[in-house]
Design a protein around this ligand. Sequence first.
Ligand SMILES: [Zn+2]
Length: 206
Amino acid sequence: MNDYVANLDRALNQLPEIKNSGERFKVPEPRLLTEGKTTVLENFANIADILNRNPDHVFKFLLKELGTAGKKDGPRVIFQGKFGFDVVTSAFEQYVKEYVTCSECGRPDTHLLKSDRILTLRCDACGAHRPVKKRQVSSIIKEEALEEGKTYEVRIDAKGRKGDGIAKKDKYTIYVPNGNKGDIIVVKIKKITGNLAFADFIEKKS
Ligand SMILES: [Zn+2]
C-alpha cells in the first residue's frame, strides 16, 4: 500500500505542470472611428488574427451581437450605426467566451472542429474539448422589434454613469434621461441604433 502511494506520488510529480492561469485572455482593444452614421472598426483583421479565427465567422457574430448590418473593407469593418468601445469590446468578449477560450484551462490556444455537424472547441493546451453552445435562437425569433416614435412600458434596471435610467427590453438596452432603479415607466423611443435605444421619459407608473 505504501508502495502504491509512493508510486502515485512519483507519477503525480512527473505530470507536466498545468498552469491554471488566473490570467484571462485579453481581447485586443478595438480601435473605433465614427464616420457619419457608421462605426469603423479599424483593427478588425488584426483582432480576428489574434483570436486565430476565420474573419467571416467573427464578422457574422459581431453583426448578430450588435444587431446591425455592416461590411468588410480591407482590414476594417464598417457597421451601420454608432457603437461605443464598451459595446464592441463586450461583443468580442462574448465571441471569445463561446468560440475561443477553453472552458477547462481558460487558454485561447484552441481550434474549432466540425464533425457530424457538431462544432467542437478543442484545446491544444490541455486537450479538453467541448461542444460549442448553440446560440439561443428562440429569443431572437420572438423578439419584438422596437420602433422609433412608439411608447413602451419598461422597468429601470440600472442607473447610467450620467444619471440616466437603463432598461432592458428583449435585445434592446434603452436609455432614458431619468428614472430610478425599479421604476416602471412609460417611455417613447426617440432613436434606435443596433441594440441600443434612446427614449424620452413619458410618465412613471410605479
Ligand atoms: Zn484547455
